[in-house]
Ligand binder design. Structure first.
Ligand SMILES: C[S@@+](CC[C@H](N)C(=O)[O-])C[C@H]1O[C@@H](n2cnc3c(N)ncnc32)[C@H](O)[C@@H]1O
Length: 253
């Protein structure tokens, strides 16, 4: 049985204090192969705005950054987020924040959300809720990509296959394709562009999905998708709020 605190903020923070790179993201052949497959699966060469929750120490963030004008990366562990800041220092478009995806999400819109090896830390109810809210941050035509290891771990609430099955049933997005690799799988979804959009006066149809709820509501998702605290209302300076959450991971000068 999963220990109730095993996936808490404190548990991840303690993990990063014990080890600089707990999963050996920097040197593991498996991780580098997984990163290459993830980058290879992306639908576009370049994105204006992307979001990577659970960025850890920023190893994948640094690989994704050259393909994005702006990339917001978050992690529940402040120590991890601070390492990600250092790792991505050469990329001015990267912003790293310390935040818990369960309660602190940016409002977007993003052309890309990368949900990589984080889904199995949540129970099914939380994952469904996170999926619905993440989908609401994606702009029309934007992509959601999920990547998860297929092994077993005592600190995972769900197996990688269960994560992707749950995402497939909860994401109010169009599933595009999926692939199984040696040890992990990748699935991709896309947000539909609302073709009911009004004519913009020039004989074209405007993309109404600038309203991120438009497509979801049409497809019957629950209202109130943005009830969580929008992450982008958080100031750019580090704020101590009693716990380790909601702080920009910028290093002191
Ligand atoms: C296994 S690592 C994956 C890192 C990276 N996404 C990758 O694919 O290489 C999982 C990361 O998710 C973070 N994490 C776990 N729960 C989180 C939460 N509720 N909100 C934000 N980050 C979380 C952990 O701190 C950890 O850094």
């Amino acid at each position: 049985m999963l220990h109730p605190n095993i996936n808490s903020l404190e548990a991840f923070e303690a993990k990063y204090r014990r080890q600089v790179d707990p999963w050996d993201f920097k040197f593991s052949r498996y991780e580098r192969r997984r990163y290459a497959a993830t980058l290879g699966a992306l639908g576009r060469a370049h994105y204006l705005d992307a979001f990577e929750p659970g960025c850890s120490i920023g190893e994948f963030t640094a690989l994704l950054a050259p393909r994005c004008d702006r990339l917001l990366a978050t992690d529940i562990s402040l120590t991890a987020a601070r390492r990600a800041v250092v790792r991505c220092a050469e990329f001015p478009g990267v912003e790293v924040k310390c935040a818990d995806i369960r309660s602190e999400l940016p409002s977007g819109p993003f052309e890309l959300v990368v949900f990589s090896e984080i889904g199995y830390y949540f129970d099914a109810a939380d994952l469904g809720d996170i999926a619905t809210r993440l989908a609401a941050t994606i702009s029309g035509g934007g992509e959601f990509i999920a990547v998860h290891w297929l092994g077993h771990s005592t600190d995972h609430a769900l197996h990688g296959d269960e994560v992707h099955d749950l995402l497939r049933s909860h994401l109010p997005l169009e599933w595009v394709c999926g692939n199984r690799f040696d040890g992990f799988r990748i699935d991709q979804w896309r947000k539909l562009i609302d073709t009911r959009a009004r004519d913009d006066g020039r004989g074209r149809h405007a993309d109404l999905t600038a309203d991120p709820d438009a497509v979801e509501l049409e497809r019957g998702a629950r209202p109130g998708l943005h009830r969580q605290r929008p992450l982008d209302q958080v100031g750019s300076e580090a704020r101590i709020v009693g716990r380790l959450d909601l702080r920009t991971a910028r290093l002191p000068p």
